[in-house]
Write a protein that binds this ligand. Sequence first.
Ligand SMILES: Nc1nc2c(ncn2[C@@H]2O[C@H](COP(=O)(O)OP(=O)(O)OP(=O)(O)O)[C@@H](O)[C@H]2O)c(=O)[nH]1
Ligand SMILES: [Zn+2]
Length: 349
Amino acid sequence: MSTAVPSLADLGWDPSFLPDPSDDDVRPARVTLQGRDVWRVHDGAAEHSVGVRGRLRAEPGSLPVAGDWVLLAGGAADPVIEAVLPRRTTLARKQAGQRTVEQVIAANVDLVLVCAPAHSLNARRLERELTVVWESGAMPVVVVTKSDLLHGDVAQTLDEVRSVAIGVEVLAVSSYDGDGLDVVRALIPPGVTGAAIGPSGAGKSTLVNALVGHEVLATTAVRSDNRGVHTTSARHLVPLPGGGLVLDTPGMRELVIWADDDALEATFVDVDTLAAGCRFSDCGHHSEPGCAVLAAVEAGELDEDRLESWRKLQRELAHLARKQDARLASEERRRWAQLTREGRSRSRP
Ligand SMILES: Nc1nc2c(ncn2[C@@H]2O[C@H](COP(=O)(O)OP(=O)(O)OP(=O)(O)O)[C@@H](O)[C@H]2O)c(=O)[nH]1
Ligand SMILES: [Zn+2]
């Protein structure tokens, strides 16, 4: 953001977020932070703490999250969130303690930097994270962090990572010596919202700080007038000097898998492609005759651990789907019970 106060475009707004621009009484704003019962939003003029209309509370899952575009109603002094605009992407995880309820952590993230530290690469973890990102609708990019620790042997590491991150851009950065930072910056131009996920200690904070650079941090530290304030107050939606944004919100960095089969297929295109050659269309690639996937493992063309990882995620997702079906079925039963009760009381004389 070049100006002190970010414009809506600086915040990632484009008019197609608004399906029906006819209502003059509301204005768009972006959620920078989701609190317990209060939201921080930026409307391109200032940042406000706001509440939501009661009807948004009635429906579970319809409350705004960080990154959401919302419509504000009310005057500048007491704005309130009137509606949440349709999300382009949603990063979600299973709710803590609740195995089957999806909790949306962040919305409208375009690009996710999946950070994998060079000194402890974990292919299985990467597959899991890529599946979550594919599911979100955002574009994953694998960033091998701390490339300085590889002492020049970067190409081989990148090849290894590419073999599990098929169809995904893989690059190396060192926040210490600055290598690769420009490539990451170029991926987050004006209007694009990025986010970083990855294990603790992967270097996510260091990377975001390096992307932000000293200029922006200095602005915050030096300026005591209001014009510099947005950089601190909007700290969960971090503006980059090049114009893009990085959304860093609690709970987003460590995502537990929540995905469906399509996302799994996107992560395991190699397995999926091989599976087309299996004799049975519902082949589980365990011991079925004519299994092309097992044949590829046999021939050394597919890593056995990768197949095991696919099986494990497949099992997890199937389990999740069954639980979710059970939950939906019981909700449906409750709803019908309610409707029939209402029907009965209405038909009484
Ligand atoms: N050698 C090297 N070390 C780095 C680099 N980037 C970060 N580190 C170090 O790695 C450690 C973890 O970095 P953080 O940025 O805090 O990692 P994080 O992913 O944000 O960790 P959490 O906040 O726990 O999720 C710190 O000691 C950093 O100094 C790098 O490019 N090269
Ligand atoms: Zn098979």
